[in-house]
Design a binder for this molecule. Structure first.
Ligand SMILES: [Fe+2]
Length: 171
């Protein structure tokens, strides 16, 4: 599939499948293939999408080893004892691909390959080596959403990149 991601908006923030179908129909071919592989009922998940316009030297996500969606208390303090083994699912349209400390399980859903991971799987962002438009889709159990997260169920208005060499960037 050859989707032109430069035509998409920034993405969506933790939307139900129904909201996703309405706000970002172009990611439904990947999601529709994943649905039969989900561990729980479709209503127990939300979808996160980020579209990045990347230049060489830019990271689309946190470049340091980290975990996604570790439970936190209301002061944002991590509560590792509340980590569950519930699966999250990840798909990206092309390089740079997220690097996992331990090789994650891949799911071949048909036309697409999804990555399965949990709150215990350390991973980090990888630097882009090319100019590219990159689509990132993550499917998360709804119960992972932190109570303080803003703009759940809406179109994304902002997408950040991470850099380590400011001198690389000039017009
Ligand atoms: Fe992450």
């Amino acid at each position: 599939m050859d989707q032109d991601w430069s035509k998409s908006h920034n993405g969506i923030m933790l939307c139900t499948f129904e909201q996703t179908r309405e706000l970002m129909p172009e990611v439904m071919p990947m999601l529709d293939e994943l649905i039969p592989h989900l561990e729980h009922d479709i209503d127990e998940y939300v979808v996160d999408v980020k579209i990045h316009m990347l230049m060489p030297g830019e990271y689309p996500c946190i470049p340091n080893w980290h975990l996604d969606f570790v439970p936190r208390d209301k002061d944002r303090k991590k509560i590792p004892s509340q980590i569950t083994g519930d699966k999250m699912y990840l798909w990206v349209s092309g390089a740079p691909y997220t690097e996992f400390k331990k090789d994650p399980v891949k799911i071949e859903t048909g036309e697409f390959t999804w990555t399965e991971f949990t709150q215990r799987d350390l991973h980090r962002g990888v630097k882009s080596e090319i100019h590219t438009w990159r689509c990132f889709i993550r499917v998360i159990p709804k119960k992972f959403i932190h109570p303080g997260t803003l703009n759940v169920g809406t179109v994304r208005r902002h997408t950040q990149v991470y850099i380590e060499e400011p001198d690389l960037f000039r017009w």
